[in-house]
Design a protein around this ligand. Structure first.
Ligand SMILES: Cc1cc2nc3c(=O)[nH]c(=O)nc-3n(C[C@H](O)[C@H](O)[C@H](O)COP(=O)(O)OP(=O)(O)OC[C@H]3O[C@@H](n4cnc5c(N)ncnc54)[C@H](O)[C@@H]3O)c2cc1C
Length: 281
């Protein structure tokens, strides 16, 4: 989890692999070109990099791959929504872009030790939680019951669908839901918080929850968790706000008393709750 000494400095990275995930979403695997920086580079699940396309701009993108021992394998899953992400979507193997990071607060993996774990996610929110899934798979004995509640607008928009069987085989209980089913869909239909309402044998005091997705989904999921008896202090969420410097200098992502880039993106629910659903602060 070592931010660069000079947080303004972008290091070039080569694109090693490009994988198309779902419509408009691509996963890139990057390798830092500077061997010294690559050797030092470490991130923790939940952190993000600022990816820079020269002449176009910079965007915050979470790490979506497993924690690695160096900067020779940095994985990002990116939705093409606008100017910079569109430019990134046009890059291919051997192209380079700039990487500034890792930035931000990680998911507090230590609070999951010996606890039941529920990951709750919707849409592209699965990307920042995928490194947590890999950690849950790596040492299952460190945790209690491990559950993933995951929703998408339609079955074809479920991210990493090809990995779900392996996640299940490792003992993770997975409940999927979609807003609109298709004729082949056998899972739930409805919004993600309903999965929390329906969860059988939830042990509230022994459970820790991580939420990531659209703010409205996180808001209602947290409400469902509290209604099931969970404490606010046992729920964490990851916030996405428009950010520029990514280390608490410029104020673009100021959110109440917090800079989402520096105090977040991962925040405890009781800290984040007063500001949720307020678009601009
Ligand atoms: C901590 C953090 C982690 C993120 N992780 C990922 C990730 O793993 N994968 C991914 O695809 N995206 C992620 N994002 C969102 C990503 O940064 C934005 O989609 C990107 O900045 C859009 O830039 P653009 O130039 O392509 O689009 P623009 O042309 O700037 O904007 C296009 C549209 O996207 C909206 N937008 C711009 N910035 C954001 C933002 N930060 N959050 C939400 N909407 C925004 C704009 O309001 C506009 O409607 C993350 C954002 C943050 C803050």
């Amino acid at each position: 989890m070592n931010a660069p000494e000079n947080p303004w400095l972008s290091y070039t990275a080569v694109i090693e692999e490009v994988r198309s995930e779902i419509e408009s979403v691509t996963t890139l695997t990057l390798r830092l070109q500077d061997e010294g920086r690559a050797a030092q580079y470490r991130f923790a699940p939940g952190q993000f990099n600022m990816l820079y396309v020269p002449g176009c701009g910079e965007v915050a993108i979470s790490m979506s791959g497993p924690v690695s021992d160096d900067g020779n394998r940095i994985v990002h899953t990116i939705r093409n929504v606008g100017r910079v992400t569109q430019a990134i979507s046009q890059l291919g193997p051997d192209d380079v872009l700039g990487v500034r990071g890792p930035m931000g607060t990680p998911w507090p993996m230590e609070v999951l030790e010996g606890r039941d774990v529920i990951l709750v996610t919707g849409g592209l929110g699965m990307a920042p939680l995928r490194p947590v899934v890999y950690e849950l798979m790596r040492e299952p004995s460190r945790f209690g019951r491990r559950t993933l509640l995951y929703g998408a607008r339609s079955p074809d928009l479920l991210l990493y669908a090809r990995e779900l069987d392996a996640w299940r085989s490792s003992g993770i209980e997975i409940h999927l839901t979609v807003d609109r089913a298709d004729p082949h869909w056998h899972g739930h239909v409805g919004v993600v918080p309903l999965l929390i309402d329906r969860l059988v044998d939830l042990a509230p005091s022994n459970t820790r929850m991580f939420l990531c997705g659209p703010e409205i989904m996180m808001h209602f999921s947290a409400k469902s968790a509290l209604a099931r008896g969970m404490a606010q202090e046992h729920v964490w969420l990851s916030m996405e706000r428009n950010m520029q410097c990514a280390f608490g200098m410029c104020g673009h992502c100021q959110w109440g008393a917090h800079f989402v880039c520096r105090n977040g993106p991962v925040l405890r629910y009781d800290v984040a709750e007063p500001f949720l659903q307020v678009r601009d602060l």
